[in-house]
Design a binder for this molecule. Structure first.
Ligand code: IMP
Ligand code: MG
Length: 446
């Protein structure tokens, strides 16, 4: 029995979808705890590709209960589109539950997200324009609409009229946009309410009861550590807390419920949107990684910026999340390269720096200090054990484990479920905290 958090250890898109899909097989409950339709998980099962934004990938397992927790923001229209798609594919969604206290993304949130990005000009964040920031802003400001409000037609109508009056001032006066018609929005959202009603629940209680019954709970983070509102590269972050600590708040469980935290990192680094990225490659190698790795966003289709593995941010992710182990994904993407660089530290204003600086201005001045490792120049796609890997690939993984001080429990070599090496049982294997004394992380792999 174990309750596990899976988080992204970089800037999102680490391949959490595949790892949570793998682990969901042994989970009774999968809980998404933050973010909204800004996220995109691609899961490949047999020859079918599933693109999910809000619904946890655990939905593909008929017995697994899936919860969209209180810490998320829900765009009902998009959620219903996902439900419809799964219905078409004959995948049951009876086991999908939505927290009554999650916040609802409204049409004005999207409009304000887009307009704010335009107004920011060169200071834009590069958001997904899905209304995420404005929905969370209303939550903090206490003018948000929650799922439970949406379910009560009369109360919702009253709250919506008041809110739209107020948002129309913003839309018209600040952004010179057309005002919204409250009746139209009301009519549209009441249809959504009816469709979603049977899925709504007191999710914190449901999770608590599952934990009491010793069920296995998987907490699925969206985005990644460096996009965390508090611990990421602010202001170039999302508006929620993808880090492991966010799992407790975003699902309503105490920290003592959590047994283990697994971080997912690519064998290189990518980033979508704006913001400093020290190991970014503007050359042919970056282009090759982008093409071989098919680095285009699931949600926006944007080309992801690509670069070398950054040991500083990954070590930071180990610390901030208290990671027990790492899953390294997309190792195969590096198969064709002659040599591979790894950033082991930064140089900031002439000084070597091992830790992530707190400010974006300092971070943007950080220059990577690299160590160069030889490539292996052969396909790893069909490797199923560590022993199948070329020596140089194994050396590369050991280098990453040592650098991040985290054991590598899983190595992924392609999108499908079977293109995976399980090095250690990620759920019941040794915990990093216990390893520190006598073994360096990479020894776990031997
Ligand atoms: P927002 O979450 O739409 O407000 O976008 C804020 C920043 O987070 C932008 O740089 C986005 O590109 C990035 N972002 C949001 N969601 C994801 C994701 O699921 N993967 C990768 N980047 C994301
Ligand atoms: Mg994604």
């Amino acid at each position: 029995m174990a309750n596990v958090i899976v988080i992204g250890a970089q800037w999102g898109d680490e391949g959490k979808g595949k790892i949570t899909d793998l682990l969901s097989g042994s989970a009774d409950l999968v809980v998404r705890y933050q973010g909204g339709v800004n996220a995109g998980h691609t899961v490949v099962v047999s020859d079918q590709t599933f693109k999910l934004h809000l619904i946890p990938s655990g939905i593909l397992y008929p017995k697994t209960e899936c919860i969209i927790g209180n810490g998320t923001v829900i765009d009902p229209k998009e959620l219903i589109t996902e439900l419809d798609k799964l219905d078409e594919l004959n995948i049951s969604t009876d086991n999908l539950f939505i927290s009554e206290t999650a916040h609802v993304t409204m049409p004005y949130h999207r409009l304000i997200d887009q307009a704010t990005e335009e107004r920011r000009g060169t200071k834009k964040i590069g958001t997904t324009k899905r209304g995420i920031g404005p929905t969370y802003a209303d939550k903090s400001e206490r003018t948000g609409i929650r799922i439970i409000d949406l379910m009560d037609a009369d109360a919702f109508a009253e709250q919506l009229r008041w809110t739209i009056d107020y948002k129309n001032v913003v839309l018209e006066k600040l952004y010179d946009l057309e005002p919204l018609d409250a009746d139209e929005v009301l009519e549209e959202y009441l249809v959504y309410a009816d469709r979603l009603r049977s899925h709504t629940t007191d999710s914190s209680l449901q999770i608590y009861n599952a934990a009491q019954q010793k069920k296995n709970i998987l907490f699925e983070g969206a985005q990644g550590t460096l996009l965390d509102l508090d611990h990421g590269t602010y202001p170039y972050v999302t508006s929620s807390n993808p880090v492991a600590g966010g799992a407790c708040i975003g699902s309503g469980v105490g920290p003592t419920t959590i047994d283990r935290v697994i971080g997912v990192a690519k064998a290189y680094t990518t980033r979508v949107g704006e913001g400093p990225f020290p190991t970014e490659l503007d050359d042919e190698v970056g282009q090759t990684i982008c093409e071989v790795g098919a680095e285009f966003g699931t949600t926006t289709g944007r080309r992801r910026r690509c670069g070398w593995f950054d040991g500083v941010i990954s070590r930071y992710a180990v610390r901030i999340n208290g990671l027990d182990c790492l899953a390294i994904t997309k190792l195969d993407v590096l198969d064709g390269l002659d040599e591979i660089k790894v950033c082991v530290a930064y140089e900031l204003d002439g000084t070597r720096c091992e830790d992530l600086p707190s400010g974006a201005r300092q971070f943007s001045r950080c220059k990577p200090i690299y160590e160069t490792l030889p490539g292996w120049k052969q396909s790893t796609e069909d490797c199923r054990t560590l022993g199948d890997l070329p020596k140089a690939a194994l050396d590369y993984l050991e280098f990453l484990a040592k650098l991040t001080e985290a054991p590598i429990a899983i190595v992924s070599l392609g999108a499908s479920r079977d293109q995976t090496i399980i090095v250690e049982d990620p759920i019941h294997g040794p915990k990093r905290a216990l390893l520190k004394e006598n073994t360096s992380a990479f020894k776990v792999m031997a």
